[in-house]
Design a protein around this ligand. Structure first.
Ligand code: COS
Length: 380
């Protein structure tokens, strides 16, 4: 049986997330983007209102949301400001390996610690020489008695400058490629040193930092899963979280459509509102169709995750399709606004800049297509 309506609880969540986004995010979006302000204040309020760390199970003090709930919520964040939305979501990405692969003691310690008061987490996979080729990591973790000693450098770590804990992927067995990678929970206080941050084109309220690890001693009990299991943990995590990224992209696209429709209805040229012109009508109709399709792919991937179905392919489809839709729809929105669309006085140029990152982070569109094609090749 297939149903397309939300439950009462999901509808209430959507209303709550939209109300939060309208109250706390939208009024700050422009200034935080212009000045590149890290939205710690908004994140603190999101934490207090249960709009952050959404997938931490209730048994550890979290909101315990499923993937579909998270997607519904994230669309609202994306529609308000994806830079701020990314800062909130990055916590969920960083905690996902712990939720999915941590043992009871690790969850009890770190998830509870994370939910007791406001804290920030960051996911640390990417390195300068290991971006799409995530198996090519150089950061090393060497066993020394009851500890691992981590040395190396990460980059593009979202929330990296401000995080209290980091999920770090490092090589424990060189020459084994991806199968020599292990995953660790590392506290900032263990010696993580944040470095340079990126001055970005869009999503400027979010923080992406270099991180330096010099003889950082991490207790062996902070190893997630087994040694050599880290790459699979990273891939399994991304399989799960990409539907959330897709939801953010749907949010950006939906906002662009809302702005473009409202503008086209009030902007008069040649004696009538733009929206009476078929050229504009067709653009808006195409935008609306693509957004609906992107949302359905997103919700399908999230629903599959909630039902423990294999969904790496569907998550990649959702992320790829929704990211491309966000780029196309925001570009068309700028076009409908004309010269005004290119001006910072109007909201759509920011949406277009923010959308571009949706085609790059959490795996480029090319990597998503590669993941999809590999799964097809395996007959899935
Ligand atoms: N879940 C579980 N295990 C997986 C997996 C998945 N989704 N994908 C791959 N693996 C396993 C493979 O099965 C293989 O293990 P076995 O040899 O035991 O079967 C191992 O991991 C290595 O896989 P593979 O050979 O496919 O690795 P590649 O080096 O060819 O790389 C891609 C695979 C390109 C898919 C990977 O590097 C990738 O996703 N890159 C993008 C990273 C990314 O998204 N970065 C964004 C930064 S995080 S914000």
């Amino acid at each position: 049986m297939i149903g397309f309506s939300l439950t009462e609880a999901q509808e209430a969540l959507r209303v709550k997330a939209r109300e939060f986004a309208d109250r706390e995010i939208r009024p700050r979006a422009r200034e935080y983007d212009e000045k590149g302000i890290f939205p710690r204040d908004v994140m603190e309020r999101a934490f207090a209102e249960g709009i952050m760390n959404e997938s931490v199970p209730t048994q550890y003090g979290g909101p315990g949301m499923g993937n579909l709930d998270a997607a519904i919520m994230t669309e609202e964040l994306g529609a308000a400001c994806m830079g701020i939305g990314t800062s909130i979501m990055a916590n969920s990405l960083a905690l996902a390996p712990l939720i999915l692969y941590g043992n009871d003691a690790q969850k009890e310690k770190y998830l509870r610690w994370h939910m007791r008061e406001f804290r920030i987490a960051a996911f640390c996979l990417t390195e300068r020489e290991a971006g799409s080729d995530a198996g090519g990591l150089r950061t090393r973790a060497e066993r020394d008695g009851d500890y691992y000693v981590i040395n190396g450098d990460k980059c593009f770590s979202t929330n990296g400058s401000y995080a209290d804990i980091y999920t770090v992927f490092a090589v424990t067995a060189p020459n084994k490629g991806p199968l020599g990678v292990s995953a660790f929970i590392v506290e900032r206080a263990m010696g993580v040193v944040p470095g340079k941050t990126e001055d970005k084109m869009g999503q400027r309220a979010s923080n992406q930092a270099e991180l330096h690890f010099r003889d950082v001693r991490v207790p062996a009990e902070n190893l997630l899963g087994r040694e050599g299991h880290g790459f699979k943990i990273a891939m399994g995590t991304l399989d799960r979280t990409r539907a959330g990224t897709a939801a953010g992209a749907v949010g950006i696209a939906r906002r662009a459509l809302e702005e473009a429709t409202a503008y086209a209805a009030q902007r008069v040229q040649f004696g009538q509102p733009l929206i009476r012109n078929q050229a504009i009508q067709f653009k808006l109709a195409d935008m609306a169709m693509k957004i609906e399709a992107a949302r359905l792919l997103t919700w399908q991937a999230a629903w599959m995750a909630d039902n423990d179905l294999r969904q790496g392919k569907e998550s990649a489809m959702a992320k790829c399709f929704a990211g491309d839709v966000a780029m196309e729809v925001t570009t068309e929105a700028v076009q409908i606004f004309g010269g005004n669309g290119y001006s910072r006085e109007y909201p759509v140029e920011k949406l277009m800049r923010d959308a571009k990152l949706m085609q790059i982070y959490e795996g480029t569109q090319e990597i998503q297509r590669l993941v999809i094609a590999r799964e097809l090749g395996k007959g899935r």
